[in-house]
Design a protein. Structure first.
Lengths: 204, 204
DNA sequence: CGACTCCGATACTAATCGGTATTCGGATAC
DNA sequence: GTATCCGAATACCGATTAGTATCGGAGTCG
């Protein structure tokens, strides 16, 4: 334990609260209580209300932090985009450093993302933030595959959207039923969509 | 109002409770209360506990009914699988007969499905039912595209999985941000995956 | 060193929820 | 027609929850 100043201490505690909220909201959903979150962070509810205005405020802050981090991670997560290292945005952080007993880290990430999606669909306060994050993510994917998916910007955006969609849709199937969705199919799909990138484009 | 016998009446009320649960669980998540659900069905909580054992039991029954219906719908939802009528499993019932003020029917369906997915990820009681429903859905998709996606059963299963994944992943993006994901991209992706079905298969 | 500040712990409240016990009323059986 | 049955309404309970009020104590500044 290092001695910390007041402001430093609060930022540290706030971060630990967000970490706890990330775990508990992913694993128990919105019904995770503030007492649980605070206790998981080694603090009490008093700490919560000195850093956040309400429970929904935690969701907002967590969404900003998490979606910002997800976009940043993506920049590193596409090594060369050859056969094996496909695009992984939704399955980011998939190095699988899961703590004992809990769900794997990538599963936790996906569950949190879908929880965010549902919150964004229901609450118009949350929606624009989530939309923005999705658009940034697609833009990152587009940057990553710009050299392989042709120069046409419209086709490039489409390919990026399809790749992100496949990453999401395959992960939803694979995370809950791994044996039905071999990991290698990610790469297969990647090749299929990149390989025939320019074919379906008919001027409208 | 027709006069109904006792048993008939209970089945009718049970169905109305499931209808209400479908709406409220989709739009307010698991924190939708039993009183709300009962009131939305024009009944009281007493009716709930004479038809269901617990709140989770409602989820189970709804999941069975909904996923059974989804699989059945799929059989009709792929007219000829030519360019425009792609595979729609996740976006089933997409004729968009949404009641006034509420979310479109297909959005409600998707939200409910993801709520189910999260419940299945968290609860091992729910998980096998959801896995089974996903597998049946993939099998249906495979049947629908069997004539176009080659005779190799392994490739066929893969193509069905990728198509379902794309349907899910594109819908998640499109439902919350329609202008970023044109509807025509569904058909484009369909063509891409069907067109190059046999290419990515390398014996492992 | 001493007064002030402010973050976080503690104590508490009003409201809500899932579930249970009991009662009510119409359909069923005879 | 009357007794019985059973599904649904009502009333109620313990437990939990988000949010508030208050207090203590460590860090800050003069």
């Amino acid at each position: 334990m290092e001695r910390m100043g007041r402001r430093e201490r609060q930022q540290y505690n706030r971060a630990r609260l967000l970490d706890a909220a990330q775990r508990l909201l992913a694993q128990r959903g919105w019904s995770a209580s503030l007492d649980e979150i605070a206790r998981d962070a080694g603090l009490t509810k008093g700490a919560v209300y000195s850093s956040f205005a309400s429970k929904e405020d935690i969701l907002m802050a967590l969404l900003d932090r998490q979606l910002g981090a997800a976009s940043a991670e993506l920049a590193d997560s596409v090594p060369a985009a050859d056969g094996d290292g496909t695009v992984r945005a939704f399955t980011a952080l998939s190095e699988d450093n899961s703590a004992a007993g809990r769900a794997p880290a990538n599963a936790e990430f996906a569950m949190l993302m879908l929880e965010f999606w549902l919150a964004a669909m229901r609450d118009e306060q949350v929606r624009p933030r989530y939309i923005d994050a999705l658009r940034r993510t697609r833009a990152r994917v587009a940057d990553q595959i710009a050299d392989q998916a042709g120069p046409d910007p419209e086709t490039l955006r489409r390919t990026a959207t399809l790749l992100l969609g496949l990453d999401i849709g395959l992960s939803i199937q694979r995370l809950i039923d791994p044996e039905s969705v071999p990991e290698s199919w990610y790469a297969d799909a990647f090749r299929m969509l990149i390989g025939s990138a320019g074919e379906g484009a008919d001027a409208s």
